[in-house]
Design a protein around this ligand. Structure first.
Ligand code: CP
Length: 345
């Protein structure tokens, strides 16, 4: 396999922002090699032989769980799915104690903590992931929290590159889409961070009440300064989509709700706010404003008929299934680079 040129053994992954450009590139290169071998039905190196990954879910998952489990198996290791409700944490067991125990049993820990599990209160999911990372002397991988979703960001960069080639100077639009449900900011902010680092012109198009975390927006602006890209938030959806190379339509809860939590803000009040913006749906008419070679992405799950129409999500520009497939390779690569000594011999 690839000679990495970086050493990520034992490293946590809380956000892609924590890894250098070289470290992300090396991981994506390995993911690319795994993809070629897997697709060609070639034998994959047993980079995770004898390795156990504990994937602790405070919140549900269709893709992330499956990709970590399949990825661990195909590299010769094992990922154990742990629904947090089956742990003693609800009984009052400290996160610190879980982290220290699992450090003895295995070689990596994944944590997903967001949305309902934290009453949508911004900061709580990240704090939980960071608490595991502080106490466990094995890698802790953020499988999505209130703030970040690093493996998603990396797999989406991989997909965008496969489809567009050089991404520098290309326009990446993250569009708020209507939803009758609440969703957090993890993928939105991860995309803003990683795409600006790699030189893209990132535009977050959203109604006035739906700004992202101002600190993350500032970091995205700093990233863009370093990379030659740009970052802006706008309420002008049509202008944002005009000439876009990528459009990612997804809902997220208002910043006022996220700051205090759903119970305090009121779910009905939030849905009434969403209802003001029912016309924020990615339609074919909007897609026709994009660059001729532009693509439509989504981290999934997509709320069809709300965030985007079926026509768009099933249309020729949609790359959603390939994007999800790349999650298998990136998550496999992330486990390998952080947990496998073999890569560094
Ligand atoms: N994109 C993503 O993380 O999907 P799941 O929530 O299904 O894992």
């Amino acid at each position: 396999m690839v000679s990495l040129g970086v050493n990520l053994y034992g490293r946590d992954l809380i956000s892609s922002q924590d890894w250098s450009i070289e470290e992300i590139e090396a991981t994506l290169k390995l993911a690319g090699e795994i993809k070629v071998k897997y697709r060609n039905k070639e034998l994959l190196p047993k980079l995770l032989e004898g390795k156990s990954f504990f994937a602790i879910f405070y919140a549900p998952s269709t893709r992330t769980r499956a990709a970590f489990e399949s990825g661990a198996s195909m590299l010769g290791g094992h990922s154990t799915f742990i629904d947090v409700s089956t742990l003693r944490v609800g009984f009052g067991e400290a996160v610190k104690d879980v982290a220290k125990m699992y450090e003895k049993y295995g070689h990596g820990i994944g944590i997903r903590c967001l949305d309902d599990a934290i009453d949508y209160k911004y900061g709580l999911g990240r704090a939980t992931v960071e608490e595991y990372a502080r106490h466990a002397d094995i890698p802790v991988i953020n499988m999505a929290c209130c703030t970040f979703h690093p493996t998603q960001g990396m797999q989406d960069l991989m997909t965008v590159r496969e489809k567009l080639g050089e991404v520098k100077g290309k326009k990446y639009v993250i569009m708020w889409g209507y939803a009758s449900k609440l969703r957090g900011l993890c993928s939105i902010q991860e995309e803003a961070l990683i795409m600006t680092r790699f030189g893209m012109d990132v535009v977050v198009a959203r109604p006035p009440e739906f700004n992202i975390d101002p600190e993350i927006a500032n970091t995205a602006k700093e990233n863009a300064k370093q990379s030659g890209g740009s970052f802006e938030e706008t309420t002008d959806l049509k202008a944002a989509i005009n000439g876009a190379h990528v459009v990612f339509p997804r809902s997220w809860a208002s910043w006022e709700l996220l700051k205090v939590g759903a119970s305090k803000f009121g779910v009905d009040k939030e849905i009434q706010l969403h209802n003001k913006y029912r016309n924020w749906i990615l339609t074919q008419e909007l897609v026709d404003l994009m660059d001729k070679k532009g693509i439509v992405t989504h981290v999934l799950p997509v709320l069809r008929g709300q965030e985007a129409t079926d026509e768009v999500m099933d249309g020729p520009r949609s790359v959603i299934y390939e994007q999800a497939e790349n999650g298998l390779y990136v998550k496999s690569a992330v486990m390998a680079v952080t947990m496998s000594e073999q890569l560094y011999k």
